[in-house]
Structure formats: structure tokens, C-alpha cells
Ligand binder design. Structure first.
Ligand code: SAM
Length: 200
């Protein structure tokens, strides 16, 4: 796909003004929640990878509040890399070397076509040894949940099942956007994680 789409106008449209997808303050709640939940699980977030970091709101929060963490943010957009300070990487084509305690991929996969998204999920899977925070709009979200005024609807809409099948080799679903790497020994109580996350 063309990466020119993610230019200055794109970030202006989606991250400024009243119709923005989310603000730094909103994202701070999510960062605190994920950071706090990882602490509750006893998982130190030493290495964090943010894929498709865009305006870098997660990165800003972690830099400020968890300065000891090593935070690596990547994005395919030359504009975003230059403006917000990320490494330029296309997650469909780049397998991150090394493994991360937290991988963040918010609002990125629906921009990729099926083949690219499939490769990207495998790359996220191999890069994660702890938690993944994933947000990827599905067909159902577009039909029932998303506000067309605030959501980029020019995306590759796929079913939740499509994602689940491809996430399953790598992750167990915890809930609230969080997935735990299958390589992690972390254990959850039966009613703590989504059905299927714990062996029955
Ligand atoms: C809706 S923005 C999300 C930004 C940020 N994650 C957030 O939630 O605020 C989508 C971002 O994904 C990036 N992106 C799209 N395709 C990508 C790819 N193949 N590899 C890496 N980043 C990609 C875009 O450049 C854009 O910055």
C-alpha cells in the first residue's frame, strides 16, 4: 500500500481538533492501565516496542513516567518518523530482532491488506515475550461501534475471527486489548482472562 497516505494532513485530521481519534490525556489512562496491570502481573516492562506509533502518544507517556524502560517506536510513514521521532519500518516486511516485554500496535493492522496483516501479526508474535496491546477495528466495529466522524473508515475491514485465527499461534487473549505471548509462563485465573486463555 502507499505510505504517502500518512502525511501531515493525515495526522492533522486524526490527531488535532475535536474529531481526533484520541488525545494524549486519553492515551495516558490506557498507558497507566497497561503499566499498572503489568506490575500487578509481576512483569517488568524493560523493553517496549511500539509499532505504527504515529504521533507517539504512548512513547511520550513511557518516556516521561518510565524513563528507565527502553522504548523503541517504529512507523512506516516518513512524515511521522521525521516529525515525531520514530524508526522507519514497515511491520509487514520487518521482523523485529530481539524480544519485548510489551508490544503496542494500536490502530495499524486495518491499514494493511490481508497478506501484509498476516505477516505483521507473525512479526508482532515473534517480537513479544510478554504482553501485546492490540487495537484493530473489525467489520463488526465498523457496522456497530465506530463513529464514522472520528474513525478512518478507508481501511481493510476484516472479521474478528480473521484476526483470532492468526493471533492464536502466538498469543492467548487476556482482555481489554491485552494478549499474552504463548511463550510467556504467565498464568491467569480461569475467570481473569478471556475464555480459551487458560487451559481447560
Ligand atoms: C491511526 S495511526 C495510529 C497511531 C498510533 N498507534 C495511535 O494509536 O495513536 C496508524 C499508524 O500506522 C502507521 N502504519 C501504517 N501501516 C504501517 C506499516 N505497514 N508498518 C508500520 N506502521 C504503519 C501509519 O503510518 C500511522 O502512523
Amino acid at each position: 500500500m502507499s505510505h504517502h497516505r500518512f502525511d501531515a494532513a493525515y495526522y492533522r485530521r486524526h490527531y488535532r481538533g475535536r474529531s481526533r481519534v484520541h488525545s494524549a490525556r486519553e492515551v495516558a489512562h490506557l498507558c497507566r492501565a497497561v503499566d499498572g496491570y503489568a506490575a500487578w502481573l509481576g512483569l517488568p516492562l524493560r523493553r517496549i516496542l511500539d509499532v505504527g506509533a504515529g504521533p507517539g502518544l504512548w512513547r511520550d507517556w513511557f518516556r516521561r513516567h518510565r524513563p528507565a524502560a527502553r522504548y523503541r517506536s517504529v512507523d512506516v510513514s516518513p512524515y511521522a518518523c521525521e516529525r515525531y521521532g520514530h524508526e522507519r519500518r514497515d511491520i509487514a516486511r520487518w521482523r523485529p530482532p530481539g524480544r519485548y516485554d510489551l508490544v503496542v500496535c494500536q490502530g495499524v493492522l486495518p491499514y494493511l491488506d490481508a497478506r501484509e496483516a498476516e505477516a505483521a501479526i507473525a512479526h508482532l508474535g515473534s517480537a513479544c515475550r510478554g504482553l501485546l496491546y492490540l487495537e484493530a477495528l473489525t467489520l463488526r466495529d465498523l457496522a456497530e461501534v465506530a463513529d464514522p466522524g472520528r474513525t478512518d473508515v478507508a481501511i481493510h475491514a476484516r472479521s474478528g475471527a480473521w484476526y483470532r485465527v492468526r493471533l492464536r499461534p502466538w498469543f492467548r487473549q487476556v482482555g481489554a486489548g491485552l494478549w499474552v505471548s504463548s511463550s510467556s509462563p504467565m498464568a491467569f485465573w480461569e475467570l481473569e482472562a478471556a475464555a480459551g486463555a487458560t487451559p481447560s
